[in-house]
Each structure stands twice: as structure tokens, then as C-alpha cells.
Design a protein around this ligand. Structure first.
Ligand code: GCU
Length: 328
């Protein structure tokens, strides 16, 4: 009897050791982000995880943590830099503090249309900008479409820049966004995305600005009943991996991760288009008044930003020229 128990114990230990051994071969990468799970970027990240698991035959798994569970975009980037978190998806506006060239995306009215922004993101400039973050221990893998940002307000629509006077407008943690709101006459107030619903509700800010899927999925439309489509910026999202995690992958694994990211970007672009339409429909159903102010007066107000950049930061000025000269 004792002998049988002993044999069973030996068998169990072998099974246990074997499972530990096979588990240790699985690499788990944690990926945190700030959006809700209904948002198209979350679904694209889940798709990235599935593609990578399939390509690596289960050897690499990505666990996605939404809703700012692991921190604000700024905190997530800091965790990536020290290698405590493997991957994230943030707005290029949040990256600005880490990689100065990226701030170009915050320049208002820089892109002519969707075709133009796509030519830049998926051409040489896009590649350069993704890799510009590497010296800060952040490797950009791909861009996700984050559409066009417009104002939403609690009390009245924004028809001209004069309507922004005296309004506390929430901005991302981005110097370029702060400068833009100031140039337009509003009062910029940085607030983390996850805290914005309450900030709007409690009157800490009177307004914010974002793309339709984020306006809708964040439920900010419950508080802000005016959406004024001036489309002042087209700031993309960026999927990043910590260079500490990237360097721990072998060359074949790096190819799989890059491919999975690129495939997820194609998938996200499709989800995005559908989500923009659905979001516009749903917010209007919920009583939001959508208006389309003339863009020229807003553009006029921000011309000083272009002049300031050209004087103070010629390298960024050149990047603006390269973008403006990109054909679409
Ligand atoms: C967009 C972007 C998010 C970002 C948000 C914001 O929705 O996709 O990554 O958090 O804007 O305004 O903070």
C-alpha cells in the first residue's frame, strides 16, 4: 500500500514538474490601456493577442487590461519604460512627453483628410515616428485610427472660437493640446481620460474634445449634449512594446509580434469606420445636438502655433513641411 502511495506521489511530481516546465516556456505579456471594452481599440488589441497566440502556437500570450485598470496613459508608458508592463496602446498625445517628434500629431488642422493621414502613418514618416520612441525604451509597433477630434460641451454648442472663451476645456496631458486650446481662446485643463466623466459632471471642466467612438463609449454624451464637429486634430493611437520585453523575444518572436500588430491595425481600421457611424447615430438618439461649425475661423486662430513652432523648433517645423508636402 505504502509502495503504491509512493508510486502515485512520484507520478504526481513528474506531472507537476512537467507542467511547470511547459508553462515556463509560455511568455505572457501584459498590455494595459485606458479605453472601455466596447471601444474598437480594445477589440483590436484582443485580436492582436489572438493572432500572436496562433502564430506562436501558444508560446506567447498577451493579456489585455482595459479601463485604466493598470494606470493612466502616462503611468502605463512609465511602466513600459522600466519593463514592469509589456505593452500598451495610448494616444500619440500622451506619448508627446516621452518622444518630442510625436507632438507633431497634435498640430491642429495639419492633415487634409483621411487619405493624407494614412499616407503619412503608413509611409516613411510613420515608420520613423514609431521608432523615434525607442531611445526612451518604448518601441512603437503600429498606429490605430483615432479619427478626428471635435468639441463637446455641456451648455451650448461651439459655433465659432468665441464660444470657447471662458470655458474650461479638458485636454490630454499634451503641451500641444494646451497651446491649441489657448490659441483658440479657451482655458485648457488637463484631466486623465478615466476621470473625465466625473470632472464633466461636477463642473471641474465645461467641455472636452474627442472622436465619436470615444465620446460615445465613454458615455460623456450623457453629460455633454452638444457635439460641434470642427475636426481640429487627427491624433492617432499608438501600440507600443517595452524595449525590455522586445529584447527578450527571439528574432522569430519579434516578427510574429510585429505581424500580429500590423494585422490588428488593419482589423481596427475596419472596426473604426463602423464605430464612427454607430456612435454618431447613438449620441443623436440620446439627444445630443450635432453641429458643423465653419473650420476657417478655428484655423485662423491657430496659425500662431505654426509660426511659434517654426521659430522655436525648426526640426519640428521641417517635419510639418514634410507632412504637408506628402501627397495623398
Ligand atoms: C482617444 C484616445 C485615447 C485617449 C483619449 C483621451 O480616445 O484613443 O487613447 O485616452 O482620446 O482623450 O484621453
Amino acid at each position: 500500500m505504502n509502495n503504491r502511495i509512493f508510486q502515485a506521489l512520484i507520478l504526481l511530481s513528474i506531472v507537476f514538474l512537467w507542467s511547470c516546465k511547459s508553462d515556463s516556456r509560455v511568455k505572457i505579456i501584459k498590455m494595459g490601456h485606458a479605453q472601455v471594452t466596447a471601444h474598437p481599440v480594445h477589440n483590436a488589441m484582443v485580436y492582436l493577442a489572438e493572432r500572436l497566440e496562433e502564430k506562436s502556437s501558444g508560446r506567447i500570450k498577451v493579456k489585455v487590461y482595459p479601463n485604466q485598470q493598470l494606470g493612466t496613459e502616462r503611468e502605463l508608458l512609465e511602466l513600459l519604460q522600466i519593463g514592469s508592463l509589456g505593452m500598451t496602446k495610448v494616444s500619440a498625445a500622451s506619448l508627446e512627453a516621452f518622444s518630442p517628434e510625436i507632438s507633431v500629431f497634435g498640430v491642429p488642422f495639419l492633415f487634409r483628410d483621411d487619405e493624407h493621414v494614412n499616407q503619412v502613418l503608413y509611409g516613411e514618416i510613420g515608420k520613423e515616428l514609431l521608432l523615434s520612441c525607442e531611445k526612451f525604451w518604448l518601441r512603437g509597433l503600429c498606429f490605430y485610427d483615432a479619427g478626428k477630434r471635435s468639441f463637446y460641451t455641456k451648455d451650448k454648442p461651439v459655433e465659432t472660437p468665441a464660444d470657447l472663451t471662458g470655458l474650461k476645456i479638458r485636454v490630454q496631458e499634451s503641451k500641444m493640446a494646451i497651446n491649441m486650446i489657448r490659441a483658440m481662446g479657451g482655458s485648457p485643463t488637463p484631466v486623465a481620460y478615466g476621470e473625465l466623466y466625473t470632472a464633466l459632471q461636477q463642473g471641474i471642466v465645461d467641455a472636452a474634445e474627442n472622436n465619436p467612438p470615444s465620446f460615445y463609449n465613454s458615455r460623456h454624451y450623457e453629460v455633454c449634449k452638444f457635439y460641434s464637429i470642427d475636426e481640429h486634430t487627427m491624433v492617432p493611437d499608438v501600440v507600443l512594446v517595452s524595449t525590455k520585453v522586445w529584447e527578450n523575444l527571439d528574432p522569430e518572436e519579434q516578427v510574429w509580434l510585429q505581424e500580429a500588430a500590423d494585422e490588428s491595425a488593419v482589423y481596427q481600421a475596419k472596426l473604426w469606420k463602423e464605430s464612427v457611424e454607430e456612435s454618431m447615430r447613438e449620441v443623436q438618439k440620446a439627444g445630443v445636438q450635432v453641429s458643423y461649425p465653419k473650420k476657417e475661423p478655428f484655423l485662423e486662430q491657430v496659425k500662431s502655433i505654426y509660426d511659434a513652432i517654426r521659430n522655436e523648433n525648426p526640426a519640428l517645423g521641417k517635419l510639418i513641411d514634410r507632412i504637408q508636402n506628402t501627397r495623398s
